[in-house]
Ligand binder design. Structure first.
Ligand SMILES: [Ca+2]
Length: 141
């Protein structure tokens, strides 16, 4: 006999694909590493993403590199995002050599000399992730 096919779509949501790299590198080397192994240094486009990056930071990490640099300020992956979360008084371009951006453990950003070595956040790009589609086939009488 004929069957009835029922299908339901799964739940979908955005997955933040950030990864903390626990190897200290300067900003340029960090960018090259992320581009080779992931997508790029972290792009942060809104406060939710900013929090997602913060969640990666262990208490022992004073800062991580993110994919923001100048001049003008722009994202390593070319993202047009205008979101920013500078610490009060930043970016101050201290001694005119602070051309890369770090995120502090307090969740805000600071411009900092690119040659400093620090841990960093790579970015795979956000992806929409859905649970499996449920397919149920029921035999009719
Ligand atoms: Ca600064």
């Amino acid at each position: 006999g004929g069957g009835a096919l029922w299908s339901g779509e799964g739940e979908c949501g955005t997955v933040f694909n950030y990864t903390l790299i626990n190897t200290a590198m300067n900003w340029t080397s960090a960018q090259a590493y992320c581009r080779q192994h992931y997508h790029d240094l972290a792009t942060i486009e809104n406060s939710a993403e900013n929090q997602a990056v913060t969640d990666f930071l262990p208490a022992t990490t004073s800062f991580v590199w993110i994919g923001l640099y100048r001049t003008p300020w722009r994202w390593s992956d070319g993202s047009p995002s205008t979101y920013s979360n500078w610490s009060p008084g930043e970016p101050n371009n201290y001694e005119k050599v602070e051309n890369c951006a770090q995120q502090n453990a307090n969740n805000s950003w600071n411009d900092f000399p690119c040659y400093y070595k620090g841990h960093f956040i790579c970015y795979k790009g956000n992806q929409s992730k859905c649970t499996d589609v449920l397919l149920v086939f029921a035999e009719g009488p």
